[in-house]
Design a binder for this molecule. Structure first.
Ligand SMILES: [Zn+2]
Ligand SMILES: [Zn+2]
Length: 293
C-alpha cells in the first residue's frame, strides 16, 4: 500500500482527525486500510454485448464455451443470470486477495426464481478463453426479438413489443465497465476491534481504545458507495470475523461487493447486497452469498 496515496486520499475526506493524529494513525494502523476500486459504467445493447463477449460488465450475457457452459441454478434448475464478469488481468494490482489469479475471467451468477439460491461464482482460466463462445438460447431469442423490433421500426410501424430486457425473468441489462476509479482505501466497517485482533494477531489493549473509536468514525466516513472490488466486505447480517475459511480459519476477503440496483438492476431482497469472497490462502473457498436488512 502506498502511504502517500493513502494520506492524500484521507486528507480529502470530511470526517478525519487532525493532521498530526492522522499521520500517527496511518502509521500505526496502516494494515487496517485496505485498497479498493469502484467501476464506472456505460449501458450497452444486447447486440454490442454479444459481439464483444469478454468485456467487463455487470449484467448482460456471460462468455460460455463447451468447457464452461452456462450456469444453471443448483437449487431449482432454472437459468442463472450474470451478475458480473471481470477479466482479472484488467484489475489494478494489489486490489484483489492474493489467492485470486491475475488472469482469467471471474463470473458471478444468480437465479432469480425466488428459490433461495445464494448464487454461483467461477473463474474461467485464461488459456480456455480462446475457445469459441456459445451464446445461450435466451440471448438468441432476445436478439431475434430485438432485430424484429428494429425491422418494425424501419417500416415505421407502431410496435407494442416489449423491449428485450424487460422480460419478467431474463438477463439483467448490460452495464459495461468503462474504467476504474482511482484506488480508495476503506476500513473494516462492521467491527474494527475484531478486525484489529485479526489483522494484528493480538487483543485490543485499553490504551488504544480511543484510537479504535477514531478509526471507527473514519470507517463510517470513507466507506465506498456502490459496487466495489477489494477493500472489506460490509456485511448487513454478520460480522467480518464470523466469515472464515473452513480449511485454515482465516477471515475471508472481499473480491467484489455488489449493491442492489447499482451495476446490476436487481434488488437482493430489495436493498441487500451480494458478496463474492475468498480465503486469502485457498482459492477453493471462492464463494458468493447475499444478505438483506
Ligand atoms: Zn433457483
Ligand atoms: Zn483458507
Amino acid at each position: 500500500m502506498s502511504f502517500i496515496n493513502l494520506h492524500s486520499f484521507l486528507s480529502k475526506q470530511k470526517s478525519i482527525p487532525g493532521k498530526d493524529d492522522l499521520e500517527r494513525i496511518i502509521h500505526e494502523y496502516g494494515k487496517l486500510f485496505a485498497p479498493c476500486i469502484t467501476p464506472k459504467f456505460s449501458e450497452c445493447s444486447l447486440a454490442e454485448d454479444v459481439k464483444d463477449i469478454l468485456h467487463n460488465k455487470f449484467g448482460g450475457i456471460p462468455y460460455c464455451s463447451e468447457a464452461y457452459p452456462h450456469v444453471m441454478c443448483s437449487e431449482c434448475g432454472e437459468t442463472s443470470y450474470l451478475l458480473c464478469q471481470i477479466d482479472l488481468s484488467t484489475v489494478p494490482p494489489d486490489i484483489l486477495p492474493p489467492s485470486i489469479p491475475t488472469r482469467g475471467l471471474l463470473q458471478a451468477f444468480l437465479c432469480c426464481a425466488d428459490c433461495g439460491d445464494m448464487g454461483t461464482v467461477r473463474i474461467i482460466p485464461q488459456d480456455t478463453l480462446t475457445h469459441p463462445h456459445v451464446i445461450p438460447s435466451y440471448a438468441l431469442d432476445l436478439l431475434e426479438k430485438e432485430s424484429e423490433k428494429k425491422g418494425a421500426k424501419d417500416d415505421e410501424a407502431e410496435s407494442e413489443a416489449p423491449p428485450s430486457y424487460e422480460l419478467q425473468k431474463g438477463p439483467f441489462k448490460c452495464n459495461r465497465v468503462t474504467s476504474w476509479s482511482d484506488t480508495q482505501y476503506m476500513l473494516p466497517y462492521n467491527n474494527i476491534e475484531d478486525a484489529f485482533t485479526y489483522v494484528y494477531g493480538k487483543e485490543v489493549e485499553e490504551s488504544i481504545r480511543g484510537d479504535l473509536d477514531l478509526l471507527q468514525e473514519m470507517a463510517d466516513a470513507i466507506v465506498p458507495s456502490g459496487d466495489y472490488f477489494g477493500g472489506w466486505s460490509v456485511y448487513i447480517q454478520s460480522t467480518l470475523t464470523e466469515c472464515e475459511c473452513s480449511t485454515c480459519k482465516s477471515v475471508v476477503m472481499n473480491v467484489v461487493q455488489i449493491e442492489s440496483e447499482c451495476g446490476v438492476e436487481y434488488g437482493f431482497c430489495d436493498c441487500g447486497r451480494a458478496y463474492v469472497t475468498v480465503c486469502p490462502n485457498h482459492l477453493s473457498e471462492l464463494e458468493i452469498t447475499w444478505d438483506c436488512d
